[in-house]
Design a protein around this ligand. Structure first.
Ligand SMILES: [Zn+2]
Ligand SMILES: [Zn+2]
Length: 267
């Protein structure tokens, strides 16, 4: 049942299906939607809603928040005793907003889940995930996000990570660049000295792989990509020695990339 509180707001029911708790606070979101909520839940499941943050409108507690209705709906879901939403279904761009809200209001049950899912989804939005990881000190999320960010534009890095984060990122990326410089951009030569001239096609394969890596360096730590690059050699006219040599060369490059210092060692 709706109850009048003031001119602009009626008390909306709780949005959680079947919830029988009394609505004693109205939350207004940034997109001007109203949610009915329960003070007791806000105080039991989070530490970021101090009683002083609520205003009174007539007899009802009232709070304006900066989050939109989608994020607010998730926040309130996590503050009910019920099976919680599967965050893997939330698009990663929205997940970040929710993860930030969970940190801001200290919704502990959501913070842990967000941290896990941000780690597994980090590849999809690496700079945003890295910014979240640096800000809230989640090294394992940083380490999952960082390799996917090394091909990004400095301007975007600076915008997302700020000056301090961008310097750390520059240090991190430098180790990849040094690896490619020292190890990658050297022509491969698999034939033993003095024997038949090197199979020409292996040089073409190397050139195409390295050109690709230059644009998407993060692929060197992606086992699936490395496997595909290795398989490429079998459709080319190269001898057994070059084929095996190429696979070994690429595997060593991938292993060295994986062994580079993790982003978290800079934090
Ligand atoms: Zn409820
Ligand atoms: Zn050969």
């Amino acid at each position: 049942m709706m109850m009048e509180t003031d001119d602009e707001c009626v008390v909306p029911p709780c949005h959680v299906p079947g919830c029988r708790l009394t609505v004693d606070v109205v939350i207004k979101t940034s997109d001007a939607k109203y949610f009915g909520a329960h003070l007791q839940n806000l105080q039991n499941h989070a530490d970021g809603f101090p009683p002083a943050s609520f205003g009174k409108r007539k007899r009802m507690n009232h709070m304006d928040i900066e989050e939109d209705s989608e994020v607010t709906s998730l926040m309130l879901d996590f503050m009910h005793k019920q099976p919680q939403p599967d965050l893997r279904d939330v698009p990663v761009g929205r997940l970040v907003d929710f993860a930030e809200a969970a940190e801001k209001y200290l919704i502990y049950s959501a913070m842990g889940t967000c941290r896990l899912v941000m780690g597994t989804q980090a590849w999809a939005l690496p700079l945003t995930a890295l910014a979240y990881a640096i800000k809230h000190e989640y090294p394992e999320v940083a380490d999952r996000a960082a390799p996917h960010s090394i091909g990004m534009d400095w301007k975007d890095v600076h915008k997302e990570l700020g000056p301090t984060g961008a310097v750390l990122w520059g240090q991190y990326r430098e180790s990849f660049l040094a690896l490619f410089r020292n190890r990658g951009f050297r022509s491969v030569q698999f034939h033993p000295d003095g024997q038949a001239p090197v199979c020409q096609e292996i040089l073409d394969i190397q050139l195409s792989t390295l050109s690709f890596l230059f644009g998407a360096p993060e692929d060197i730590v992606d086992e699936y990509w490395v496997g595909l690059e290795m398989a490429k050699v079998s459709v080319h006219n190269v001898c057994f020695t070059c084929r095996e040599g190429w696979r070994k060369w690429l595997q060593e490059l991938a292993d060295e990339a994986k062994a580079l210092p993790k982003f978290s060692t800079l934090l």
